[in-house]
Design a protein around this ligand. Structure first.
Ligand SMILES: CC(C)(COP(=O)(O)OP(=O)(O)OC[C@H]1O[C@@H](n2cnc3c(N)ncnc32)[C@H](O)[C@@H]1OP(=O)(O)O)[C@@H](O)C(=O)NCCC(=O)NCCS
Length: 211
């Protein structure tokens, strides 16, 4: 693209206005990352919607994320959880078009019932539902749709999840999505008194399995 100053414009009240006189075709490159940064996250399933949380969701988010049954299954959520800590946790994971984010899970009534996200470097998957929303298949519905969508959007070749061995329901959800248990290790959840066993589970895109 060539630009030149238009001398006539120099005398106007806007002396530095540029006039584009000669525009050569430029190659506009839309990378996956620039597309993703510009494209909002809004995912619908038959019963659920997944979209970024806003400040209007903070109270509901705190109420859910503060449940001990959730913190026990996560490794990085403190318990008890203050309102400020919940807001900070949520804001640190705000969706910016890149990996390392969390979005809210909403039901048909637009009530926040949980959250789901993917970490940055390790692309670890994290999700949880309010106690009142469990046992209805929402977990399976949300995780399956979220993984399908994010794996395509971010061209993921692998995804990781750590599941405490007293959480067979979560393992079942992940196995249904193609995850496999790689190994068992121990981890300390802030909401547990002692380190406990965890299944390290991974999903690999076909053709990208470890050899
Ligand atoms: C994990 C969680 C999201 C599951 O949500 P959910 O909506 O209740 O899950 P679903 O209703 O889709 O059930 C999942 C499957 O697990 C099964 N399941 C549930 N509890 C189980 C148990 N104790 N043992 C064996 N299977 C179990 C269900 O029967 C269902 O199987 P099906 O599809 O064959 O019927 C929810 O329990 C939760 O938020 N837990 C706390 C946070 C958490 O564990 N996050 C995951 C960290 S890895």
């Amino acid at each position: 693209m060539k630009l030149r100053f238009d001398a006539a414009q120099m005398q106007t009240p806007h002396p530095y206005r540029l006039k584009i006189t000669d525009v050569e075709p430029d190659i506009a490159i839309l990378t996956r990352t620039s597309w993703s940064v510009a494209t909002p996250f809004d995912l619908m399933t038959s019963r659920l919607r997944m979209r970024p949380l806003t400040s209007d969701d903070e109270t509901a988010f705190h109420k859910i994320a503060g449940q001990r049954s959730i913190a026990r299954m996560l490794v990085n959520l403190e318990h008890p959880l203050s309102f400020d800590a919940a807001v900070k946790w949520q804001r640190q994971r705000r969706f910016t078009g890149r990996l390392g984010f969390m979005v809210g899970i909403f039901d048909r009534q637009n009530t926040l019932i949980g959250a789901i996200g993917l970490g940055g470097l390790s692309t670890a998957l994290v999700y949880f539902l309010a106690e009142s929303a469990r046992g209805k298949g929402y977990g399976t519905e949300a995780v399956r749709a979220f993984l399908e969508y994010t794996q395509a959007r971010f061209a993921l070749t692998k995804t990781f999840a750590g599941v405490f061995t007293d959480n067979p329901g979560s393992r079942k959800i992940l196995e249904g999505c193609g995850f496999q248990v790689l190994t068992t290790s121990t981890f300390q959840s802030p909401a547990r008194d002692t380190p406990d066993a965890i299944w390290e589970m991974e999903w690999h895109r076909k053709g990208f399995e470890p050899i």
